[in-house]
Design a protein around this ligand. Structure first.
Ligand code: SPD
Length: 287
């Protein structure tokens, strides 16, 4: 893609391209890690595109960030310390900040230029989270940082897709998942974005799920429906105890009411119950 481009075309397969019209390029550069565009699209609003891949946009990002963040927080129960690997746009940090019990959020992103561009151009997404006193930002490789850290209640891997030679590739390995497991406090929860759940495209998701399952005691694949990702999107929640896949929706709603300062747009007790019910065609691939 170049700066005078009219359309962003993201190839999902050699035969399928998802096209978004670009009304205006707000920022474009090659950072030390990836090619970054921030654009005004049409009905989906402002978007961040890294290495030609649509990451997030103002029009539907809540359908990604709310399940990614609130699922592990609710399933944990009372997290105080949250670590976000990636998350340059600040959307995940914004959601974690909604919980009164969360005292500390460490956002570790390898790409300082991406963080600064999102801080400047995507205030609708970070909503001040990147400047919040509870949020500490480390520009570092999450692989190295997480190897040496301990005591986190929730670790959220809010990464780009694991394209070859891309910065996130080694954050989809067994070694990295083992670092995350060791970095969690007892009762800790890990979640990552793990790829498309479209039947012909879901091999990376199922491979990642099996790798995570070889490290943690229990996992579940949850489904986020983010229109601009072009297909249902899988996230893998993992921990070292048996997950309760039938939480009481009313209890979850009470917890949200008690412990947050706002309501959410897509997430509540009933929604969580639905998120935890992995479709059969995905479960069949995991046995
Ligand atoms: N193929 C799109 C997957 C994007 C995952 N990363 C999104 C980052 C938003 N905070």
């Amino acid at each position: 893609m170049n700066s005078d481009v009219q359309w962003i075309g993201e190839s999902f397969t050699p035969d399928d391209i998802w096209q978004h019209r670009v009304q205006k390029v707000l920022a474009h550069c090659q950072t030390p890690f990836q090619e970054m565009f921030i654009v005004e699209s049409g009905v989906y609003g402002k978007a961040l595109v890294l290495d030609g891949r649509w990451q997030t946009c103002t029009g539907d990002e809540f359908l990604y960030h709310e399940p990614l963040v609130h699922t592990p927080i609710v399933m944990h129960g009372h997290p105080r310390r949250v670590l976000i690997a990636g998350g340059a746009d600040g959307g995940a940090a914004r959601e974690a900040l909604k919980w009164n019990n969360v005292e500390e959020i460490l956002l570790v992103d390898i790409d300082g230029a991406a963080v600064e561009a999102c801080r400047k151009w995507l205030p609708e997404i970070h909503q001040g989270s990147l400047n919040d006193p509870r949020v500490k930002i480390e520009i570092a490789d999450a692989f190295d940082l997480i190897e040496g850290t301990r005591g986190w209640d929730v670790i959220i891997a809010d990464l780009t897709d694991p394209i070859e030679s891309g910065p996130a590739c080694k954050l989809f390995t067994r070694e990295f998942f083992s670092f995350c497991q060791r970095a969690l406090a007892p009762g800790g929860m890990f979640i990552n974005q793990a790829g498309s759940m479209s039947p012909p495209l879901m091999e990376p998701l199922t491979r990642t799920a099996k790798t995570i399952a070889s490290v943690f005691t229990d996992i579940v694949v949850i489904t986020a429906n983010v229109p601009t990702y072009g297909s249902p999107w899988g996230m893998i929640l993992a921990c070292d105890h048996r997950l309760n896949l039938r939480p009481d929706a009313d209890h979850v709603d009470q917890m949200i009411q008690r412990s947050t300062n706002t309501s959410f747009r897509m997430f509540d007790g009933r929604t969580l119950l639905g998120l935890l019910q992995t479709p059969k065609y995905v479960r069949d691939q995991l046995v």
